[in-house]
Design a protein around this ligand. Structure first.
Ligand code: SF4
Length: 432
């Protein structure tokens, strides 16, 4: 029997490793890393084991040579003080990290870009143009009788989506969750999690993802009772499309699941706009909501903090002292490729698997000691991870809940926000 006073297992832990933000993990803190011993998924088990370690030999570096934290922050401050338009990338941070980053951006000027924002800004633009109606995970769990997934299987983005939001044991209302109907649109998806607990197979409309705009046009046309050319749009009998349109009209609460990164990049805004149009049509006679699967790598957290603190979305330049929002011009890749930035700061305490772009720019990386690097940056400062070594907050995919993150293991490494505060202080010392 486990003695609670001496147990090394912490229960009801929230996980910041995808936007689903499950809050039911049990984590053993006894070993070198952190071991997820109940609930969780492969991503959580790997991530807690890798990021949750406390290496004793992790030190800051300047040009690959060990440096004190103070020296590294002073060098980062020197780089930023001399930069006209630095770009801040990565940005996989919790709320405190994001707040700290924005203080540094405010002082240094420059542009903020999250690793997932290449898709995110396109989706936001579609919603800016035509509006959108989104739902929450709780509504999906309690009400959804028909779930249609557009180009995504959900689980490759948020592994426990079906376990936690779909095939739940009970709902709050007089509705049996196992009776839900699941429909996938697109090819190459993992449809096994869509099989109901009693073995009912999901419907799969298989076609290449670059043809998603056609599929959405067919559905929108049928819902508007407009004619559709051909007997088999995208090689699928028209009668099947008609049956799906009728099912959406007959459903009491349908949910349209999408994720921008699953679409062909230039088609993101078109597809998101067409999904929003389906929801608008259906809400004339019944209820239908979209569910964008967001929040991975803290993208919703960073987006929220950026908006709260500046009133603008990411891809706004503060280089001139006046905010200039330009999502087409202010993408990190374009700025780097065109020589329109003169320093790169990569901040990422939640994702160590995406390497900062290897550029000729003076680069400062503030990330876990396990951070993947394609080349040695000018300055590297290792930091602890929120939800593993530090308390914090993380905005969930549906943006209505911010989960509190817990400190499970002590680390001697600083938090990202302590590092950015130290750089700000150094910049102020030199009057930047
Ligand atoms: S589904 Fe996401 S939030 Fe849940 S345990 Fe897995 S990685 Fe963590």
């Amino acid at each position: 029997m486990t003695n609670e006073a001496t147990s090394t297992i912490v229960t009801e832990v929230a996980c910041p490793l995808c936007g689903h933000a499950c809050d039911d993990l049990s984590v053993d803190t006894a070993g070198k890393g952190l071991a997820v011993v109940a609930n969780g998924c492969d991503r959580a088990r790997d991530g807690f084991a890798r990021l949750g370690g406390v290496p004793t030999d992790a030190s800051a570096r300047i040009d690959g040579k060990p440096a004190s934290l103070e020296e590294a922050c002073a060098e980062a401050a020197r780089i930023l003080a001399g930069a006209q338009q630095p770009v801040f990338g990565g940005m996989a941070l919790d709320l405190n990290g994001a707040r700290g980053a924005m203080e540094l951006v405010d002082l240094a000027g420059g542009i903020v870009e999250h690793i997932n924002n290449e898709f995110g800004w396109r989706a936001s633009r579609a919603v800016q143009d035509g509006g959108g109606i989104n739902t929450t995970l709780a509504e999906v769990k309690n009400r959804a009788d028909l779930i249609v997934l557009f180009g995504t299987d959900a689980v490759s983005r948020q592994p426990r989506f079906f376990e936690r939001a779909v095939w739940v044991k009970e709902s709050m209302f007089d509705f049996d969750p196992s009776s839900r109907r699941i429909v996938y649109l697109g090819a190459g998806l993992n449809t096994a999690p869509g099989v109901s607990p009693d073995g009912r197979q999901p419907d799969v409309f298989e076609f290449d993802k670059t043809r998603m705009p056609e599929a959405l046009s067919v559905l929108n046309a049928l819902l508007a009772k407009q004619p559709v050319a051909g007997e088999a749009p995208l090689g699928i009998p028209l009668a099947r499309w008609q049956e799906l349109a009728d099912a959406l009209l007959a459903a009491k609460y349908s949910v349209l699941v999408w994720t921008a990164s699953a679409f062909d990049t230039p088609q993101v805004d078109m597809n998101v706009g067409a999904i929003a149009a389906i929801a608008r049509k259906l809400n004339v006679t019944t209820r239908c909501n979209a569910l964008p699967l967001a929040g991975n790598d803290g993208d919703s957290t960073m987006g929220a903090v950026h908006l709260w603190q500046t009133g603008f979305p990411m891809r706004t330049s503060y280089a001139s002292g006046t905010p200039k929002f330009d999502p087409l011009q202010n993408g990190l890749s374009r700025l780097v490729a065109n020589g329109e930035t003169d320093a790169l700061v990569w901040l990422s305490s939640l994702n160590d698997t995406v390497a900062p772009p290897a550029t000729g720019l003076p680069t400062v990386v503030i990330a876990p000691p396990t951070q993947k690097l394609d080349s040695e940056p000018r300055v590297f400062i290792p930091v602890a991870t929120p939800g593993m070594h530090l308390t914090g907050h993380f905005v969930r995919t549906d943006k209505v809940v911010s989960l509190p993150l817990r400190a499970l293991k002590k680390s001697s490494l600083p938090a990202a926000e302590q590092v950015t505060a130290a750089i700000v202080a150094k910049m102020k010392e030199v009057g930047a």
